[in-house]
Write a protein that binds this ligand. Sequence first.
Ligand SMILES: [Zn+2]
Length: 203
Amino acid sequence: MSIFNRKTSDEEKELLRQQKLDEKYMNMALREADKAAASNEVPIGCVIVHNGSVIAKARNRRNGNHSALGHAEIIAIQQANKKIGDWRLDDCTMYVTLEPCQMCAGAIVQSRIPRVVIGAMNPKAGCAGSVINILQLPEFNHHCDITYGILEDECSQVLSDFFTNLRASKKAEEDLKADDPETAFEPVQAEPDCKDDSDHNQE
Ligand SMILES: [Zn+2]
């Protein structure tokens, strides 16, 4: 075997090792997303790893916390800051099941996280390449390495299952109401705007 081949094979092994690790931590983020779904929050999860140790695990809590800042990434960044006693998250990797929004992408840049691993993309609201790429704007002084598509199908599935169930329960509620003789003749209410739901925002 030539030196070149040996090098390539070592690089391939390293890539494979990294991919396995990425999948392991993305799975942890997915478990956080599951917990969010169980509390009727849009299922998005986030994990931050520092030198091989998990230092933060968080899920979307916007409804529960009554806070527009309750996104998984923001909560995870706060946990990680506390854990390592620094606002700078050098040597950290963030794993997040859905492409970050503008607020979270801004916080990732502000906390100097060097690497972000993303599960599913968010074509209508994502700010790590879909609408804009805040993590890699040349004008800013910090740029993240991004790895896309780790457990992408699983990360998308948890969101589509959540919205399918949500629509089904809304429909069941409406059907039930229509069957109720006391409410059957109530004027029909305008349909709530579900646009944001299908955008997979953390609403
Ligand atoms: Zn966000």
